[in-house]
Design a protein around this ligand. Structure first.
Ligand code: QV4
Ligand code: CA
Length: 512
Protein backbone atom coordinates (compact mmCIF):
# COMPACT_ATOMS: atom_id res chain seq x y z
CA UNK A 1 0.00 0.00 0.00
CA UNK A 2 2.74 2.42 1.00
CA UNK A 3 4.59 1.55 -2.18
CA UNK A 4 1.48 2.15 -4.23
CA UNK A 5 0.97 5.60 -2.69
CA UNK A 6 4.62 6.43 -3.31
CA UNK A 7 4.33 5.28 -6.90
CA UNK A 8 1.20 7.39 -7.41
CA UNK A 9 2.84 10.44 -5.89
CA UNK A 10 5.91 9.94 -8.02
CA UNK A 11 3.79 9.41 -11.09
CA UNK A 12 1.89 12.63 -10.44
CA UNK A 13 4.99 14.70 -9.92
CA UNK A 14 6.85 13.10 -12.83
CA UNK A 15 4.06 14.15 -15.14
CA UNK A 16 5.00 17.78 -14.51
CA UNK A 17 8.19 17.24 -16.50
CA UNK A 18 6.25 16.45 -19.66
CA UNK A 19 5.67 19.51 -21.87
CA UNK A 20 2.51 17.91 -23.28
CA UNK A 21 3.47 18.97 -26.79
CA UNK A 22 1.38 17.45 -29.56
CA UNK A 23 2.93 14.88 -31.96
CA UNK A 24 6.16 14.77 -29.95
CA UNK A 25 7.16 18.30 -30.91
CA UNK A 26 10.39 19.34 -29.26
CA UNK A 27 10.74 23.13 -29.03
CA UNK A 28 8.79 26.12 -27.81
CA UNK A 29 9.23 29.82 -28.50
CA UNK A 30 9.04 32.74 -26.09
CA UNK A 31 7.03 35.44 -27.89
CA UNK A 32 8.22 38.10 -25.46
CA UNK A 33 5.71 40.92 -25.02
CA UNK A 34 3.58 39.91 -28.02
CA UNK A 35 -0.13 40.77 -27.97
CA UNK A 36 -2.52 37.83 -27.61
CA UNK A 37 -4.15 38.61 -30.96
CA UNK A 38 -0.77 38.43 -32.72
CA UNK A 39 0.14 35.16 -31.00
CA UNK A 40 -3.16 33.61 -32.07
CA UNK A 41 -2.47 34.58 -35.68
CA UNK A 42 1.15 33.39 -35.42
CA UNK A 43 0.03 29.97 -34.15
CA UNK A 44 -2.24 29.54 -37.15
CA UNK A 45 -0.11 30.99 -39.93
CA UNK A 46 3.39 30.01 -38.78
CA UNK A 47 4.00 28.06 -35.57
CA UNK A 48 1.60 25.20 -36.24
CA UNK A 49 2.71 24.69 -39.88
CA UNK A 50 6.41 24.87 -38.91
CA UNK A 51 6.40 22.36 -36.06
CA UNK A 52 6.69 24.62 -33.03
CA UNK A 53 5.34 22.84 -29.96
CA UNK A 54 4.23 25.84 -27.96
CA UNK A 55 4.58 29.45 -26.91
CA UNK A 56 5.74 30.94 -23.63
CA UNK A 57 3.68 34.10 -23.17
CA UNK A 58 4.48 37.17 -21.07
CA UNK A 59 2.65 37.44 -17.71
CA UNK A 60 -1.12 37.71 -18.34
CA UNK A 61 -1.97 38.83 -14.80
CA UNK A 62 -2.95 42.40 -13.95
CA UNK A 63 0.17 44.42 -13.22
CA UNK A 64 1.19 47.86 -12.12
CA UNK A 65 1.55 50.42 -14.92
CA UNK A 66 4.82 52.32 -14.65
CA UNK A 67 5.23 55.65 -16.45
CA UNK A 68 8.71 56.57 -15.20
CA UNK A 69 10.44 55.12 -17.10
CA UNK A 70 7.77 55.00 -19.81
CA UNK A 71 5.99 51.61 -19.74
CA UNK A 72 9.07 49.39 -19.15
CA UNK A 73 8.74 45.71 -20.05
CA UNK A 74 9.37 44.79 -16.42
CA UNK A 75 6.14 46.36 -15.17
CA UNK A 76 4.49 43.03 -15.98
CA UNK A 77 6.62 41.31 -13.33
CA UNK A 78 4.82 43.41 -10.70
CA UNK A 79 1.33 41.94 -10.34
CA UNK A 80 -1.37 43.78 -8.42
CA UNK A 81 -3.92 40.99 -8.79
CA UNK A 82 -4.92 38.01 -10.87
CA UNK A 83 -7.43 39.58 -13.25
CA UNK A 84 -6.40 38.59 -16.74
CA UNK A 85 -5.77 41.84 -18.54
CA UNK A 86 -2.39 43.11 -19.48
CA UNK A 87 -0.55 45.05 -22.10
CA UNK A 88 -1.04 42.02 -24.37
CA UNK A 89 -4.82 42.08 -24.23
CA UNK A 90 -7.84 41.32 -22.08
CA UNK A 91 -9.30 38.02 -20.87
CA UNK A 92 -11.33 37.48 -24.05
CA UNK A 93 -8.26 38.00 -26.22
CA UNK A 94 -6.36 35.57 -24.01
CA UNK A 95 -9.07 32.93 -24.21
CA UNK A 96 -9.35 33.33 -27.97
CA UNK A 97 -5.57 32.92 -28.33
CA UNK A 98 -5.43 29.79 -26.15
CA UNK A 99 -8.29 28.23 -28.10
CA UNK A 100 -6.92 29.05 -31.54
CA UNK A 101 -3.38 27.95 -30.71
CA UNK A 102 -4.63 24.69 -29.18
CA UNK A 103 -6.75 24.06 -32.27
CA UNK A 104 -3.63 24.07 -34.45
CA UNK A 105 -1.63 21.95 -32.00
CA UNK A 106 0.40 24.75 -30.42
CA UNK A 107 0.52 24.82 -26.62
CA UNK A 108 0.45 27.91 -24.42
CA UNK A 109 2.71 28.17 -21.37
CA UNK A 110 2.02 31.00 -18.94
CA UNK A 111 4.70 33.02 -17.18
CA UNK A 112 3.32 32.90 -13.62
CA UNK A 113 4.54 35.57 -11.19
CA UNK A 114 3.63 34.19 -7.76
CA UNK A 115 6.56 35.08 -5.50
CA UNK A 116 5.53 38.68 -5.06
CA UNK A 117 3.21 41.52 -5.95
CA UNK A 118 4.38 45.00 -7.05
CA UNK A 119 7.29 46.94 -5.58
CA UNK A 120 6.91 48.40 -2.12
CA UNK A 121 7.25 51.80 -3.71
CA UNK A 122 4.39 51.17 -6.13
CA UNK A 123 2.08 53.72 -4.52
CA UNK A 124 -1.71 53.55 -4.45
CA UNK A 125 -4.36 54.15 -7.06
CA UNK A 126 -5.61 52.61 -10.26
CA UNK A 127 -2.39 52.75 -12.30
CA UNK A 128 -2.80 49.10 -13.23
CA UNK A 129 -3.41 47.19 -16.43
CA UNK A 130 -7.14 46.58 -15.79
CA UNK A 131 -7.58 49.79 -13.82
CA UNK A 132 -8.11 48.00 -10.50
CA UNK A 133 -7.37 49.86 -7.29
CA UNK A 134 -4.45 48.77 -5.08
CA UNK A 135 -2.34 50.25 -2.33
CA UNK A 136 1.25 49.06 -2.14
CA UNK A 137 1.94 51.11 0.99
CA UNK A 138 -0.75 49.23 2.93
CA UNK A 139 -0.08 45.96 1.03
CA UNK A 140 -3.71 46.00 0.04
CA UNK A 141 -4.66 44.23 -3.19
CA UNK A 142 -8.48 44.08 -3.06
CA UNK A 143 -9.09 42.16 -6.29
CA UNK A 144 -7.39 39.02 -4.93
CA UNK A 145 -7.81 40.01 -2.05
CA UNK A 146 -4.46 40.11 -0.25
CA UNK A 147 -3.85 42.23 2.82
CA UNK A 148 -0.77 42.97 4.91
CA UNK A 149 -1.31 39.58 6.61
CA UNK A 150 -0.34 37.78 3.41
CA UNK A 151 3.23 39.01 3.11
CA UNK A 152 6.54 37.84 4.48
CA UNK A 153 7.95 40.96 6.03
CA UNK A 154 7.82 39.63 9.60
CA UNK A 155 10.13 36.81 8.59
CA UNK A 156 12.73 38.92 6.82
CA UNK A 157 15.62 40.01 8.98
CA UNK A 158 17.56 42.40 6.77
CA UNK A 159 17.73 46.10 7.56
CA UNK A 160 16.29 47.16 4.20
CA UNK A 161 13.67 44.41 4.02
CA UNK A 162 15.23 43.45 0.67
CA UNK A 163 17.44 40.50 -0.20
CA UNK A 164 20.96 41.70 0.57
CA UNK A 165 22.99 38.52 0.63
CA UNK A 166 22.40 35.55 -1.69
CA UNK A 167 24.49 33.35 0.62
CA UNK A 168 21.65 33.45 3.19
CA UNK A 169 18.82 31.21 2.02
CA UNK A 170 16.32 32.70 4.48
CA UNK A 171 16.85 36.16 3.05
CA UNK A 172 16.61 34.94 -0.50
CA UNK A 173 13.21 33.39 0.17
CA UNK A 174 11.64 35.57 2.84
CA UNK A 175 12.89 39.04 1.96
CA UNK A 176 11.92 41.26 -0.98
CA UNK A 177 13.53 40.64 -4.36
CA UNK A 178 14.50 44.17 -5.52
CA UNK A 179 11.84 45.68 -3.27
CA UNK A 180 8.95 43.51 -4.54
CA UNK A 181 6.32 42.76 -1.85
CA UNK A 182 7.03 39.14 -0.92
CA UNK A 183 4.06 36.78 -0.60
CA UNK A 184 3.78 34.39 2.37
CA UNK A 185 3.38 31.22 0.33
CA UNK A 186 3.41 29.01 3.40
CA UNK A 187 -0.09 30.33 4.19
CA UNK A 188 -2.87 28.07 3.04
CA UNK A 189 -4.87 31.14 2.02
CA UNK A 190 -2.11 32.47 -0.25
CA UNK A 191 -1.50 29.04 -1.78
CA UNK A 192 -5.21 28.81 -2.49
CA UNK A 193 -5.34 32.17 -4.28
CA UNK A 194 -2.30 31.33 -6.36
CA UNK A 195 -3.68 27.90 -7.26
CA UNK A 196 -7.06 29.45 -8.21
CA UNK A 197 -5.27 31.83 -10.58
CA UNK A 198 -3.30 29.02 -12.21
CA UNK A 199 -6.32 26.70 -12.35
CA UNK A 200 -8.37 29.31 -14.15
CA UNK A 201 -5.69 29.34 -16.86
CA UNK A 202 -5.51 25.54 -16.93
CA UNK A 203 -9.26 25.36 -17.42
CA UNK A 204 -8.96 27.87 -20.27
CA UNK A 205 -6.60 25.39 -21.94
CA UNK A 206 -2.98 26.28 -21.15
CA UNK A 207 -0.49 23.40 -21.08
CA UNK A 208 1.76 24.58 -18.28
CA UNK A 209 3.73 27.33 -16.61
CA UNK A 210 7.07 29.04 -16.45
CA UNK A 211 7.17 29.80 -12.74
CA UNK A 212 8.98 33.08 -12.14
CA UNK A 213 11.59 33.63 -9.42
CA UNK A 214 11.50 30.12 -7.91
CA UNK A 215 14.81 30.61 -6.11
CA UNK A 216 12.87 33.04 -3.93
CA UNK A 217 10.21 30.50 -2.91
CA UNK A 218 10.58 27.43 -0.67
CA UNK A 219 10.38 24.20 -2.69
CA UNK A 220 7.89 22.84 -0.16
CA UNK A 221 5.53 25.77 -0.74
CA UNK A 222 5.80 25.37 -4.50
CA UNK A 223 5.18 21.66 -4.28
CA UNK A 224 2.00 22.35 -2.27
CA UNK A 225 0.77 24.80 -4.92
CA UNK A 226 1.56 22.40 -7.79
CA UNK A 227 -0.30 19.67 -5.93
CA UNK A 228 -3.45 21.80 -6.05
CA UNK A 229 -3.40 22.27 -9.80
CA UNK A 230 -6.08 20.75 -11.99
CA UNK A 231 -5.38 18.31 -14.78
CA UNK A 232 -5.27 19.85 -18.25
CA UNK A 233 -8.43 20.60 -20.19
CA UNK A 234 -9.58 17.36 -21.89
CA UNK A 235 -10.85 19.29 -24.89
CA UNK A 236 -7.22 19.26 -26.09
CA UNK A 237 -5.22 16.99 -23.75
CA UNK A 238 -5.64 13.37 -22.79
CA UNK A 239 -7.35 12.87 -19.48
CA UNK A 240 -5.08 12.89 -16.45
CA UNK A 241 -2.47 15.16 -18.10
CA UNK A 242 -0.62 17.29 -15.58
CA UNK A 243 0.44 20.87 -16.28
CA UNK A 244 4.06 21.18 -17.43
CA UNK A 245 6.09 23.10 -14.85
CA UNK A 246 9.39 24.79 -15.60
CA UNK A 247 10.86 26.81 -12.82
CA UNK A 248 13.11 29.83 -13.15
CA UNK A 249 16.08 29.23 -10.88
CA UNK A 250 19.34 30.91 -11.83
CA UNK A 251 22.06 28.57 -10.63
CA UNK A 252 25.47 29.35 -12.06
CA UNK A 253 27.18 27.85 -9.02
CA UNK A 254 28.52 29.70 -5.99
CA UNK A 255 25.26 30.06 -4.06
CA UNK A 256 23.75 27.79 -1.39
CA UNK A 257 20.44 27.50 -3.30
CA UNK A 258 20.84 25.09 -6.22
CA UNK A 259 18.62 23.90 -9.05
CA UNK A 260 18.77 20.45 -7.49
CA UNK A 261 16.36 21.58 -4.78
CA UNK A 262 13.70 22.09 -7.45
CA UNK A 263 14.26 19.30 -9.97
CA UNK A 264 12.12 16.94 -7.91
CA UNK A 265 8.97 19.02 -8.47
CA UNK A 266 9.27 20.19 -12.06
CA UNK A 267 11.76 21.10 -14.74
CA UNK A 268 14.25 23.88 -14.08
CA UNK A 269 15.85 26.48 -16.34
CA UNK A 270 19.51 25.52 -16.93
CA UNK A 271 21.23 28.91 -16.98
CA UNK A 272 24.70 27.37 -17.26
CA UNK A 273 23.76 26.29 -20.79
CA UNK A 274 23.65 29.73 -22.43
CA UNK A 275 26.44 31.17 -20.33
CA UNK A 276 28.90 28.36 -21.17
CA UNK A 277 27.81 28.05 -24.81
CA UNK A 278 28.35 31.81 -25.19
CA UNK A 279 31.96 31.46 -24.03
CA UNK A 280 32.57 28.67 -26.51
CA UNK A 281 30.96 30.36 -29.50
CA UNK A 282 32.77 33.61 -28.73
CA UNK A 283 36.02 31.63 -28.24
CA UNK A 284 36.66 33.44 -24.96
CA UNK A 285 39.32 32.16 -22.54
CA UNK A 286 40.64 29.85 -25.24
CA UNK A 287 37.40 27.85 -25.28
CA UNK A 288 36.56 26.01 -28.48
CA UNK A 289 33.78 24.07 -30.15
CA UNK A 290 35.62 20.76 -29.79
CA UNK A 291 34.92 21.03 -26.03
CA UNK A 292 31.24 20.41 -26.84
CA UNK A 293 31.91 16.69 -27.28
CA UNK A 294 30.57 15.91 -23.80
CA UNK A 295 28.08 18.80 -23.64
CA UNK A 296 25.29 18.34 -21.11
CA UNK A 297 25.62 16.46 -17.83
CA UNK A 298 29.35 16.14 -18.61
CA UNK A 299 29.56 19.88 -18.03
CA UNK A 300 27.92 19.68 -14.61
CA UNK A 301 24.45 20.53 -15.90
CA UNK A 302 21.35 19.00 -14.31
CA UNK A 303 20.08 15.81 -15.93
CA UNK A 304 18.69 16.32 -19.41
CA UNK A 305 15.13 15.24 -18.59
CA UNK A 306 14.94 17.99 -15.91
CA UNK A 307 16.36 20.82 -17.99
CA UNK A 308 14.71 23.66 -19.90
CA UNK A 309 17.41 25.17 -22.11
CA UNK A 310 17.85 28.32 -24.17
CA UNK A 311 20.66 30.41 -25.64
CA UNK A 312 19.35 33.68 -24.17
CA UNK A 313 16.24 34.84 -22.34
CA UNK A 314 14.36 38.12 -21.90
CA UNK A 315 16.53 39.02 -18.89
CA UNK A 316 20.05 38.09 -19.86
CA UNK A 317 19.75 39.41 -23.43
CA UNK A 318 19.67 42.89 -21.85
CA UNK A 319 21.90 42.38 -18.80
CA UNK A 320 19.19 41.51 -16.23
CA UNK A 321 19.26 38.34 -14.16
CA UNK A 322 22.49 36.47 -14.66
CA UNK A 323 24.70 34.97 -17.29
CA UNK A 324 26.83 37.96 -18.05
CA UNK A 325 28.49 39.28 -21.14
CA UNK A 326 29.06 35.89 -22.75
CA UNK A 327 25.37 35.43 -23.60
CA UNK A 328 24.82 35.58 -27.37
CA UNK A 329 21.70 37.26 -28.71
CA UNK A 330 20.21 38.47 -31.98
CA UNK A 331 22.54 41.48 -31.70
CA UNK A 332 25.34 39.05 -32.66
CA UNK A 333 23.29 37.38 -35.37
CA UNK A 334 26.04 35.28 -36.96
CA UNK A 335 27.14 33.71 -33.69
CA UNK A 336 23.56 33.50 -32.50
CA UNK A 337 22.38 31.38 -35.44
CA UNK A 338 25.30 29.00 -34.84
CA UNK A 339 24.51 28.71 -31.13
CA UNK A 340 20.79 28.14 -31.67
CA UNK A 341 21.47 25.59 -34.41
CA UNK A 342 23.78 23.70 -32.08
CA UNK A 343 21.20 23.77 -29.29
CA UNK A 344 18.42 22.50 -31.54
CA UNK A 345 20.58 19.72 -33.00
CA UNK A 346 21.93 18.54 -29.64
CA UNK A 347 19.78 16.11 -27.62
CA UNK A 348 20.25 17.77 -24.21
CA UNK A 349 17.19 19.34 -22.55
CA UNK A 350 13.83 20.68 -23.63
CA UNK A 351 14.51 23.69 -25.85
CA UNK A 352 13.11 27.21 -25.89
CA UNK A 353 13.76 29.65 -28.73
CA UNK A 354 13.78 33.37 -27.92
CA UNK A 355 11.81 35.88 -30.00
CA UNK A 356 12.69 39.47 -29.19
CA UNK A 357 12.05 43.08 -30.07
CA UNK A 358 14.76 45.61 -30.80
CA UNK A 359 15.46 48.39 -28.31
CA UNK A 360 17.87 51.34 -28.30
CA UNK A 361 20.69 49.36 -26.81
CA UNK A 362 23.21 51.72 -25.23
CA UNK A 363 25.95 50.08 -23.24
CA UNK A 364 27.88 52.43 -20.97
CA UNK A 365 30.54 50.85 -18.74
CA UNK A 366 29.04 47.42 -19.29
CA UNK A 367 25.50 48.58 -18.37
CA UNK A 368 22.69 49.08 -20.88
CA UNK A 369 21.03 52.38 -20.01
CA UNK A 370 17.98 51.39 -22.08
CA UNK A 371 17.56 47.88 -20.65
CA UNK A 372 14.10 48.91 -19.43
CA UNK A 373 12.55 49.76 -22.82
CA UNK A 374 9.27 48.05 -23.52
CA UNK A 375 8.08 46.51 -26.78
CA UNK A 376 7.40 48.54 -29.94
CA UNK A 377 4.63 50.85 -28.76
CA UNK A 378 2.32 53.64 -29.69
CA UNK A 379 2.64 57.02 -28.00
CA UNK A 380 0.20 56.04 -25.24
CA UNK A 381 2.31 53.00 -24.30
CA UNK A 382 0.05 50.42 -25.93
CA UNK A 383 1.93 47.62 -27.68
CA UNK A 384 2.09 47.67 -31.47
CA UNK A 385 0.90 44.68 -33.52
CA UNK A 386 3.52 42.50 -35.23
CA UNK A 387 3.36 43.20 -38.98
CA UNK A 388 4.60 40.46 -41.31
CA UNK A 389 6.66 41.58 -44.32
CA UNK A 390 6.28 39.96 -47.78
CA UNK A 391 9.58 38.06 -47.22
CA UNK A 392 8.02 36.63 -44.02
CA UNK A 393 10.25 38.62 -41.64
CA UNK A 394 8.62 40.89 -39.04
CA UNK A 395 8.43 44.68 -39.12
CA UNK A 396 8.15 47.57 -36.65
CA UNK A 397 11.09 46.49 -34.47
CA UNK A 398 9.99 42.91 -33.82
CA UNK A 399 13.01 40.68 -34.43
CA UNK A 400 11.21 37.35 -34.79
CA UNK A 401 14.31 35.15 -34.49
CA UNK A 402 11.95 32.16 -34.70
CA UNK A 403 11.20 33.16 -38.31
CA UNK A 404 14.84 33.27 -39.37
CA UNK A 405 15.18 30.46 -41.91
CA UNK A 406 18.16 28.91 -40.11
CA UNK A 407 16.29 28.75 -36.79
CA UNK A 408 12.91 27.74 -38.19
CA UNK A 409 14.52 24.90 -40.13
CA UNK A 410 16.45 23.69 -37.08
CA UNK A 411 13.22 23.45 -35.09
CA UNK A 412 12.00 21.06 -37.79
CA UNK A 413 15.37 19.24 -37.64
CA UNK A 414 14.93 18.69 -33.89
CA UNK A 415 11.46 17.23 -34.39
CA UNK A 416 12.75 14.88 -37.09
CA UNK A 417 15.72 13.58 -35.08
CA UNK A 418 13.76 13.30 -31.82
CA UNK A 419 14.82 10.21 -29.88
CA UNK A 420 17.87 9.55 -32.07
CA UNK A 421 21.25 9.06 -30.42
CA UNK A 422 24.03 11.63 -30.40
CA UNK A 423 26.52 9.93 -32.76
CA UNK A 424 29.30 10.26 -35.35
CA UNK A 425 31.02 13.04 -33.40
CA UNK A 426 33.93 14.61 -35.24
CA UNK A 427 36.14 17.58 -34.41
CA UNK A 428 39.43 19.02 -35.63
CA UNK A 429 40.65 19.72 -32.09
CA UNK A 430 39.67 23.34 -32.60
CA UNK A 431 36.44 25.02 -33.71
CA UNK A 432 35.25 22.65 -36.41
CA UNK A 433 32.76 20.03 -35.23
CA UNK A 434 30.14 17.69 -36.61
CA UNK A 435 27.72 15.11 -35.27
CA UNK A 436 24.68 13.17 -36.33
CA UNK A 437 21.49 12.23 -34.59
CA UNK A 438 21.36 8.55 -35.39
CA UNK A 439 20.68 8.17 -39.11
CA UNK A 440 18.21 11.08 -39.28
CA UNK A 441 20.16 14.32 -39.17
CA UNK A 442 23.67 15.77 -39.39
CA UNK A 443 25.17 19.14 -38.42
CA UNK A 444 28.64 20.47 -39.24
CA UNK A 445 29.97 23.82 -37.97
CA UNK A 446 33.11 25.79 -38.83
CA UNK A 447 33.86 28.49 -36.26
CA UNK A 448 37.60 28.50 -37.00
CA UNK A 449 39.38 31.27 -38.87
CA UNK A 450 40.15 28.96 -41.76
CA UNK A 451 38.25 26.78 -44.20
CA UNK A 452 36.74 23.42 -43.28
CA UNK A 453 37.45 20.89 -46.02
CA UNK A 454 36.84 17.29 -44.94
CA UNK A 455 35.04 14.08 -45.75
CA UNK A 456 32.86 13.17 -42.78
CA UNK A 457 30.71 10.29 -41.71
CA UNK A 458 27.15 11.63 -41.62
CA UNK A 459 25.43 8.44 -40.47
CA UNK A 460 22.73 9.13 -43.10
CA UNK A 461 21.57 6.87 -45.93
CA UNK A 462 23.13 7.67 -49.31
CA UNK A 463 21.50 10.35 -51.48
CA UNK A 464 21.40 14.05 -52.19
CA UNK A 465 20.28 16.29 -49.33
CA UNK A 466 19.40 19.97 -49.17
CA UNK A 467 21.26 22.02 -46.59
CA UNK A 468 18.54 23.63 -44.46
CA UNK A 469 20.80 26.54 -43.39
CA UNK A 470 21.73 28.14 -46.73
CA UNK A 471 18.31 27.23 -48.10
CA UNK A 472 15.90 24.34 -47.93
CA UNK A 473 14.11 21.76 -50.03
CA UNK A 474 11.55 23.54 -52.19
CA UNK A 475 9.38 21.81 -54.80
CA UNK A 476 11.84 18.97 -55.31
CA UNK A 477 15.03 21.00 -55.46
CA UNK A 478 17.45 22.72 -53.09
CA UNK A 479 17.24 26.51 -52.80
CA UNK A 480 20.67 26.47 -51.09
CA UNK A 481 23.61 24.06 -50.99
CA UNK A 482 23.36 20.38 -51.88
CA UNK A 483 25.16 17.64 -49.94
CA UNK A 484 25.84 14.31 -51.63
CA UNK A 485 26.06 11.42 -49.17
CA UNK A 486 27.63 8.25 -50.51
CA UNK A 487 26.38 4.72 -49.94
CA UNK A 488 28.91 4.48 -47.06
CA UNK A 489 27.32 7.48 -45.32
CA UNK A 490 30.27 9.75 -46.06
CA UNK A 491 30.07 13.17 -47.63
CA UNK A 492 32.59 15.86 -48.37
CA UNK A 493 32.12 19.32 -46.88
CA UNK A 494 33.75 22.66 -47.63
CA UNK A 495 32.76 25.56 -45.44
CA UNK A 496 34.62 28.85 -45.77
CA UNK A 497 35.15 30.80 -42.57
CA UNK A 498 33.99 33.87 -44.51
CA UNK A 499 30.43 32.63 -44.93
CA UNK A 500 27.59 34.43 -43.20
CA UNK A 501 26.42 31.05 -41.89
CA UNK A 502 29.47 28.78 -41.59
CA UNK A 503 27.48 25.65 -40.87
CA UNK A 504 25.45 23.02 -42.72
CA UNK A 505 22.53 20.87 -41.57
CA UNK A 506 20.81 18.03 -43.42
CA UNK A 507 18.11 15.62 -42.30
CA UNK A 508 15.83 12.82 -43.44
CA UNK A 509 13.16 15.21 -44.74
CA UNK A 510 15.60 17.39 -46.67
CA UNK A 511 16.60 14.47 -48.93
CA UNK A 512 15.76 14.93 -52.60
C1 QV4 B 1 13.88 49.52 -7.18
C2 QV4 B 1 15.26 49.55 -6.52
C3 QV4 B 1 15.27 48.69 -5.26
C4 QV4 B 1 14.21 49.19 -4.31
C5 QV4 B 1 12.83 49.21 -5.02
C6 QV4 B 1 11.82 49.86 -4.10
O1 QV4 B 1 16.23 49.03 -7.46
O2 QV4 B 1 16.54 48.73 -4.62
O3 QV4 B 1 14.11 48.33 -3.21
O4 QV4 B 1 12.90 49.94 -6.26
O5 QV4 B 1 10.53 49.71 -4.61
C7 QV4 B 1 12.12 46.60 -11.22
C8 QV4 B 1 13.25 47.60 -11.30
C9 QV4 B 1 13.96 47.72 -9.95
C10 QV4 B 1 12.95 48.12 -8.89
C11 QV4 B 1 11.89 47.02 -8.86
C12 QV4 B 1 10.80 47.31 -7.85
O6 QV4 B 1 14.16 47.20 -12.31
O7 QV4 B 1 14.98 48.71 -10.05
O8 QV4 B 1 13.60 48.19 -7.63
O9 QV4 B 1 11.26 46.92 -10.17
O10 QV4 B 1 10.10 48.46 -8.21
C13 QV4 B 1 12.10 41.98 -13.75
C14 QV4 B 1 13.30 42.92 -13.92
C15 QV4 B 1 13.58 43.70 -12.67
C16 QV4 B 1 12.32 44.43 -12.24
C17 QV4 B 1 11.27 43.34 -11.96
C18 QV4 B 1 9.96 43.92 -11.44
O11 QV4 B 1 14.44 42.14 -14.27
O12 QV4 B 1 14.60 44.67 -12.94
O13 QV4 B 1 12.58 45.24 -11.10
O14 QV4 B 1 11.00 42.66 -13.19
O15 QV4 B 1 9.45 44.85 -12.33
C19 QV4 B 1 17.31 37.41 -9.89
C20 QV4 B 1 16.17 36.47 -9.57
C21 QV4 B 1 15.40 36.05 -10.80
C22 QV4 B 1 15.00 37.26 -11.66
C23 QV4 B 1 16.27 38.04 -11.98
C24 QV4 B 1 15.99 39.29 -12.78
O16 QV4 B 1 16.65 35.31 -8.91
O17 QV4 B 1 14.24 35.37 -10.39
O18 QV4 B 1 16.91 38.45 -10.77
N1 QV4 B 1 14.26 36.88 -12.85
C25 QV4 B 1 12.78 36.92 -12.88
C26 QV4 B 1 12.24 37.46 -14.19
C27 QV4 B 1 12.55 38.93 -14.27
C28 QV4 B 1 11.79 39.66 -13.20
C29 QV4 B 1 11.67 38.91 -11.95
C30 QV4 B 1 12.18 37.66 -11.78
C31 QV4 B 1 10.84 39.51 -10.89
O19 QV4 B 1 12.76 36.74 -15.26
O20 QV4 B 1 12.22 39.46 -15.54
O21 QV4 B 1 12.47 40.91 -12.92
O22 QV4 B 1 9.50 39.10 -11.19
O23 QV4 B 1 18.40 36.71 -10.47
CA1 CA C 1 9.81 34.96 -1.51
Amino acid sequence: MKLLILATLLGLSLAQFNPNTRDGKTAIVHLFEWRWADIAAECERYLGPNGFGGVQISPPSESIVVTNPWHPWWQRYQPIGYNLCSRSGNENDLRDMITRCNNVGVNIYVDAVINHMCGAGGGSGTHSSCGSYFDANRKDFPTVPYSNLDFNDGKCNTGSGNIENYQDINQVRNCRLVGLLDLALEKDYVRGKVADFMNKLIDMGVAGFRVDACKHMWPGDLSAVYGRLNNLNTKWFSSGSRPFIFQEVIDLGGEPITSGEYTGIGRVTEFKYGARLGNIIRKWNGEKLSYLKNWGEGWGFMSSDKALVFVDNHDNQRGHGAGGASIVTFWDARLYKMAVAFMLAHPYGFTRVMSSYRWDRNIVNGQDTNDWQGPPSNGDGSTKPVPINPDSTCGDGWVCEHRWRQIKNMVAFRNIVNGQAFSNWWDNGSNQIAFSRGNKGFLVINNDDWELNDTLNTGLPGGTYCDVISGQKESGRCSGKEVVVGGDGRASFRISNQEEDPFIAIHADSKL
